[in-house]
Design a binder for this molecule. Structure first.
Ligand SMILES: NC(=O)c1ccc[n+]([C@@H]2O[C@H](COP(=O)([O-])OP(=O)(O)OC[C@H]3O[C@@H](n4cnc5c(N)ncnc54)[C@H](OP(=O)(O)O)[C@@H]3O)[C@@H](O)[C@H]2O)c1
Length: 254
């Protein structure tokens, strides 16, 4: 797809992969809107990239998702690309006490899965009216092979990948293309506390590398954009699923 003169919403675009995507899209001559919960993070992003448009929204809230869609219709009627990037990652063992309450308090399904689906459904009629449009879902290599210590996170990413496939099937022949960006480990704020606590030394690639691979994939209309080592993970998980599950989980087994 063409990568200039688009109007793009990136959820969770004030930090990490989302911010790198925002910067890359700005460089290509697009209008970019980013949203997130923290006003301070949005302000900081705008200080770095003054052309950015920002909007506070907690995407775990149905009302916030609806009002974001209404605001976009007014303020950015030409919106033609939705990037579902916002997400959280939680590590927990199911045998720990208190996990049931913790899961409800910080529900990964709501932000990682319900929000992208609901936002897509809220915006799809407008995207379909554009000459060219896209939904870009940011999933994870952990959607191909789960890390057992993050059981819900991995499940949401596998489900998001499945949703992208169905969406692409349904929208074939329309102006809306559907992409799935599948990053490996990336050095961002994502669950930093748990990464440090488990002594993770490999912090992964830079978010700018994900942005670079994404734009390259979009230009080439490569619908599943497997980034870096995820390419090998994808093939390995199909050829030898049990082996790759074992390898992936070996270093982090509790
Ligand atoms: N880092 C990795 O290793 C990695 C690997 C594969 C895939 N990914 C995926 O990449 C995406 C971006 O993550 P990242 O690594 O760039 O981490 P990040 O820097 O923590 O970015 C996540 C963004 O999501 C926003 N967010 C979280 N909860 C939200 C909510 N309820 N409503 C609105 N925004 C919310 C955060 O902003 P606020 O806190 O201000 O709301 C933040 O800007 C995620 O979907 C993640 O699963 C990351």
């Amino acid at each position: 797809m063409q990568l200039t003169n688009n109007t793009i919403l990136i959820t969770g675009g004030a930090t990490g992969i989302g911010l790198s995507l925002a910067a890359a899209f700005l460089r290509e001559g697009n209008t970019v809107i980013v949203c997130g919960r923290r006003e301070s993070a949005l302000r900081q992003a705008k200080e770095t990239y003054p052309e950015l448009h920002t909007r506070v929204a907690d995407l775990t809230s149905t009302d916030d998702r609806r009002s974001l869609a209404e605001w976009l219709a007014e303020a950015h009627p030409n919106l033609n690309i939705l990037v579902n990037n916002a997400g959280i990652q939680r590590q927990f063992m199911v045998k720990q006490t208190g996990v049931a309450d913790a899961f409800i308090q910080e529900n990964e399904i709501e932000i990682n899965l319900t929000a992208p689906i609901h936002l897509t459904l809220l915006l799809i009629s407008r995207l379909l009216k554009q000459p060219e449009a896209a939904v870009i879902n940011v999933s994870s290599g952990l959607g191909y092979v789960p890390l057992a210590i993050m059981p819900v996170y991995c499940a949401t990413k596998a489900a998001l990948q499945s949703f992208s496939i169905s969406l692409r099937q349904q929208l074939a022949g329309t102006p809306v293309q559907v992409f799935d960006v599948v990053p490996p480990i990336v050095d961002t704020e994502l669950d930093q506390g748990a990464r440090k606590a488990r002594g993770q030394t490999d912090m992964g690639i830079e978010p700018d590398e994900v942005a670079k691979a994404t734009l390259k994939g979009l230009k080439a209309n490569a619908y599943a954009i497997n980034v870096g080592r995820v390419k090998a993970l994808r093939i390995g998980s199909r050829l030898a699923p049990a082996l790759f599950l074992k390898i992936m989980n070996k270093r982090v087994q509790k």
